[in-house]
Design a binder for this molecule. Structure first.
Ligand code: PMP
Length: 354
């Protein structure tokens, strides 16, 4: 036998580019353009590096306490992981073990099918309608689990808590994961449903609204039983996933609610302004409630704009995939960054220098 026949082969997820050049205007991976809360910096500067010889707290207790206080949940209802990617991967591994296909939209976060392939979980991608909305009825048949990002990515479309609740209530025989990576930018969280539905897991991240993508902090909220199962799998895999610094700096980010609200509001204000400017240039886009806009132009191919912007040092995200290959996903940056983006966009469209 050839050893290569024994390999677990996967086609990995491809993240957006992280260019070394700091002068790039980076609107391609939905990071926050503003720094983390000032307390995060203070705590990082005061950190006693000698403590790094010790293992971190396996339960990330201080961070768990801060999150529980902030979200009014009990620690038995909280799971913390290394970014929400880690939390989602653990949740796929733990909850989708029935052999029946799990369901998620055809246009969505492109990591879901990668995890399904990695863990040999059968899956069905349910087609979004012509306006990129989910068709609720598609999620009402027999299934091995459901994953719904809300707002969806890359469309930014938000479903109401009522619609999600109907899906959760209609699927009490399987686990429904709601990925709320972008919910802070104008959505309502389904967190309030976790006491009512044992089969609901709500996943969030510090990477977007809390400006901490580099520290890798994500978390899930759900019923006690669900969280216990999730922890059993996690602790069978690696008990020391959360590093000491991420735990401590994460606490500071949660403590500063004013800074958090302020940052989120700035992004929302910029997003709404950029929507108007894009519309004036003839772009169409769903009404995004995330920190990004998924835009298309009927006359100018998205791929051309993507390439031209890149030449000018502005990175946005483009996928050469069916149904979305004429769209650009543009992360909302600072006002200055978005001004430069619009200026270059105008010049590309008119074929003039910016
Ligand atoms: N879910 C969605 C929908 C996302 O877009 C992202 C960001 N790539 C994530 C989860 C993961 O983010 P992180 O691991 O940084 O928390």
């Amino acid at each position: 036998m050839n050893w290569e026949e024994n390999i677990r082969r996967v086609v990995p997820y491809v993240p957006g580019e992280q260019p070394k050049d700091r002068n790039i205007i980076k609107l391609n991976t939905n990071e926050c353009p503003y720094p983390p809360a000032p307390g995060v910096r203070k705590r990082a500067e005061a950190f006693d590096y000698g403590r790094l010889r010790l293992y971190p707290d396996t339960e990330a207790g201080d961070l768990a306490e801060a999150l529980c206080q902030y979200y009014h949940i009990r620690k038995e209802q909280l799971f913390i992981g290394v970014g929400s990617d880690d939390v989602l991967a653990m949740a796929f591994l733990t909850f989708f073990h029935s052999g029946r296909p799990i369901l998620f939209p055809d246009i969505t976060y492109s990591f879901y099918d990668v995890w399904a392939e990695l863990f040999h979980i059968p899956y069905e991608q349910k087609k979004l309608d012509g306006d990129f909305r989910i068709v609720k009825e598609d999620y009402m048949g027999e299934n091995g689990g459901i994953v719904l990002p809300n707002p969806n990515a890359p469309t930014g479309i938000l479903e109401s808590v009522e619609v999600i609740e109907e899906i959760v209530a209609g699927n009490q025989g399987s686990i429904v994961i709601v990925d709320e990576a972008y919910v802070d930018f104008g959505g309502e969280s389904c967190r309030k449903l976790i006491d009512r539905y044992e089969n609901l897991l709500v996943v969030q991240t510090f990477s977007k609204s809390r400006s901490m993508a580099g520290l890798r902090v994500g978390f899930a909220m759900g019923g006690e039983k669900l969280i216990r199962y999730l922890k059993d799998v996690k602790f069978s895999f690696n008990s020391y996933t959360m590093n000491m610094l991420s735990i401590e700096l994460g606490v500071e980010a949660v403590k500063d609610e004013d800074y958090f609200r302020n940052t989120v509001q700035k992004i929302i204000t910029t997003r709404e302004r950029v929507k108007k400017e894009l519309a004036e240039l003839g772009f169409t886009f769903p009404d995004s409630k995330g920190n990004f806009i998924f835009a298309s132009h009927k006359d100018i191919p998205a791929k051309h704009i993507f390439e031209e912007l890149k030449k000018r040092g502005i990175y946005v995200r483009y996928w050469e995939k069916p149904r979305i290959d004429n769209y650009l996903r543009i992360t909302v940056g600072t006002d200055e960054e978005m001004d430069a983006f619009i200026r270059h966009l105008r010049s590309i469209m008119k074929k003039e220098p910016a």
